[in-house]
Design a protein around this ligand. Sequence first.
Ligand code: 13P
Ligand code: SF4
Length: 302
Amino acid sequence: MSERERVMKLREEKDAVILAHNYQRPEIQDLADFVGDSLGLSIQASKVKARVIVFCGVDFMAESAKILNPDRIVVHPEPKAKCPMAAMCDVEGLLDLRAKHPDARVVGYVNTTAACKAEMDVCCTSSNAVKVVQSLDTKKVIFVPDENLGMYVQRFVKDKEMILWPGFCPTHDAIGPERILKAKGEHPEALVVVHPECRPEVIDIADAVKSTEGMVRFIRSSERREFIIGTERELIHRLKKENPDKVFYSIPGAVCPTMKMITLSSVTKALESLSPTVEIDERTMARARAPLERMMEIGRGD
Ligand code: 13P
Ligand code: SF4
């Protein structure tokens, strides 16, 4: 029996659902029950009726699945798969910032720990950050932890003062304008589509700025044939599958190493042993659920 067949058999035996982020290895995407962006995965996770969720993505995504559907067994096949940006924000610093700006609301990107989410008013993802900030009734907004995403939101929300945390995604921050311009020089017919975690200089030269699911939708409905993809390269696996007549160019080095830690064999082991599970204390879960649910009520913006 191949490893893939083994995973499919175990999934049935254990009454499990496999959720995978768009940056997962192709072989994981190909056997997942659902592949999507952070918002799509949160929505799917909240609806799962099966006993087990095997979450193929980074730590904060698996935590959100547990918070939104606490009665399921949530298994994260590789607990070392932690998003470095989420690790840049800490509760102490966040509370200090809140104390300094008592008149501000706190908007937190989902790329944060459950403990940080417990101190936020509302979460957002890259697909609805602008919409979430626009929905607030205060003039001041503390936005954590992605400074690039915060600066992107500020372009659309001129009537609010945004206090930004100095965090960043090492993968997207490294996609400098020179790499985009080089790709554009090589493929002059291609549209440039980038993620809002990229630096402002990259946003300035892009044709479209989208979450990963937003990119999938944008490209599906575009009449253009060639695209330069300014995000983690594995999204191209899904784009090629869904658009066989279109051509995609990745940016050299655009790889998220922690997303790649999950392998087919780690998924097999996780299904066999139903471990490692995601465990969060009840109080933190209850406090972190409210901002996540508010985010889901606001819905997709791109
Ligand atoms: P998306 O929600 O756009 O998939 O982004 C998640 C992420 O971690 C991007 O680096
Ligand atoms: Fe975190 Fe960046 Fe990897 Fe997304 S691509 S999981 S933000 S390190």
